[in-house]
Design a protein around this ligand. Structure first.
Ligand SMILES: Cc1cc2nc3c(=O)[nH]c(=O)nc-3n(C[C@H](O)[C@H](O)[C@H](O)COP(=O)(O)OP(=O)(O)OC[C@H]3O[C@@H](n4cnc5c(N)ncnc54)[C@H](O)[C@@H]3O)c2cc1C
Length: 428
């Protein structure tokens, strides 16, 4: 089988890339190891920060998510300085549980002309020819195969001689393509097969959450984040009239969460300033989470002919809820950068370099995210900006846009902002 692009993993990044490549007129194989189109990632808080709103609207996914029951809104933030409530007009976050989001994205991808969604197939090897990755080898059991309605344009020569494969797997189905995309999540077997350079940083918080019906928020606004320095609490409205209650405490508090997690989560929430009222709330899910989730960054283009996107490239700290937004946006940057060359039958290498440049936006945020994941007390610059944001509306707006990952890091952290922040806290 030969395609323009083969994408490994039909999660957020893989489905988004498949939809956009398909719309660009390319033939796409979207390979997913799970057999059932409704399988979803359980370990995900799934609210997507406001910085992704414009991309989701451009792709038509915002409207599709709302139709599937997603809830949109601003997020108010509590710090030791008080509540920051965003003004109307700022970008909103959107929340749809993964049990609805994943099947929705896969269904849209499968219905996109040019996209073949191949379910129940596990990629176990990379095909390689003359120093270039030219496709994937599939092991695992045969599964479903769902196609878009019509075929798109197939640009140039696809596949070619297979001189070998990485990973040592012998036998199984081969899928050839001019570009292979590893969108296979934080453990990324594709990255492992390609021996991609990897950097891991510790995460000193753990996170547990559950869904409740009947929560009455106590603070300002329906969605709230408490930055307790270092613990973080989150209350987010989501589909089906539910609230998600999340605790991201520093690991020093792990022991308190090991015996009775529901009770520990509810105690944590009840102790928050302006805590939500849970007296008539009912927990409708088990408590979900993880005690250890390190931050991982990999070379996004580890071999010619191969790129990584989403968690496979950058798995950030889950506490600030950046991962799905990064996966959506990086998929769009990848397609914008590489689709023109793929359509023209040219080498996508220049486009891959453009994708690498676009990822710097995420990498800069991720560098700060990794510092924050150490759960150390806020540094003087963070304390200054937090304080100033409540006194200077323009700074408040910028801090909000930063927290929504809507602006680059240097639009907030720069000498002019620091002078402005100093002035805001020192003037009478
Ligand atoms: C505790 C926690 C809370 C989080 N909360 C949030 C949040 O509130 N908001 C937010 O934006 N992000 C959150 N995230 C991050 C978010 O879950 C990820 O960033 C996001 O899922 C990344 O999408 P992806 O498409 O890269 O990977 P995934 O969604 O993991 O998709 C990868 C896909 O690849 C498939 N696959 C893997 N290996 C193979 C293979 N060999 N062959 C074929 N298919 C394969 C998998 O089955 C899967 O479908 C959270 C993460 C954690 C851990």
């Amino acid at each position: 089988m030969t395609y323009d692009v083969v994408i490994v993993g039909a999660g957020v990044a893989g489905c988004t890339a498949a939809i956009l490549y398909g719309r660009a007129g390319l033939r796409v194989a979207l390979i997913e190891k799970h057999r059932d189109i409704s399988t979803h990632k359980a370990l995900c808080g799934h609210f997507v920060l406001g910085g992704t709103q414009s991309m989701l609207r451009r792709a038509g996914l915002w409207a599709a998510m709302i139709e599937a029951g997603a809830v949109t809104g601003h997020i108010s933030r509590w710090t030791a300085e008080g509540w920051f409530v965003p003004e109307p007009g700022l970008p909103e976050s959107i929340s749809l549980r993964r049990e609805k989001l994943d099947p929705l994205l896969r269904t849209i991808a499968a219905g996109t002309p040019g996209v073949d969604l191949m379910l129940g197939r596990t990629v176990t090897g990379l095909l390689e020819s003359e120093g270039r990755v030219t496709g994937v080898r599939i092991g695992g059991r045969a599964g479903g195969h769902v196609s878009g309605r019509a075929s798109g344009h197939v640009g140039g020569h696809v596949g070619g001689h297979v001189g070998g494969f990485v990973g040592g797997f012998v036998g199984g189905e081969e899928v050839h393509a001019r570009l292979v995309v590893g969108a296979d999540g934080h453990r990324s077997p594709v990255a492992r097969l390609a021996e991609a350079a990897e950097h891991v940083a510790p995460n000193e918080r753990f996170g547990w959450w559950a869904y409740y019906r009947g929560v009455v928020p106590g603070g300002l606004g329906g969605n709230q984040i408490w930055s307790l320095d270092p613990d973080v609490g989150i209350l987010i409205r989501t589909d089906d009239d539910l609230h998600m209650l999340v605790a991201f405490p520093a690991k020093a508090r792990l022991a308190g969460f090991s015996a009775d997690r529901p009770a520990a989560l509810e105690r944590f929430m009840a102790a928050l300033p302006d805590a939500p009222d849970l007296s008539s709330a009912e927990r409708v899910s088990k408590v979900i989470g993880t005690n250890d989730y390190p931050c991982v960054r990999r070379d996004p283009a580890p071999r010619p002919g191969l790129v990584l996107v989403g968690d496979a490239a950058i798995t950030g700290d889950p506490t600030p809820a950046v991962g799905c937004g990064w996966a959506f946006r990086a998929a769009e940057w990848l397609v914008e950068s590489t689709a023109p060359a793929l359509r023209d039958g040219a080498d996508p290498a220049a486009g891959v370099a453009g994708y690498r440049r676009a990822l710097r936006f995420i990498e800069a945020h991720d560098r700060l995210g990794r510092q924050d994941a150490r759960a150390l007390p806020a540094n003087p610059v963070q304390r200054l900006i937090t304080k100033a944001a409540l006194r200077d509306p323009e700074l408040g707006r910028r801090v909000y846009l930063f927290s929504m990952r809507a602006i680059p890091v240097n639009a907030l952290i720069n000498p002019r902002t620091l002078v402005r922040a100093l002035w805001a806290v020192m003037r009478p």
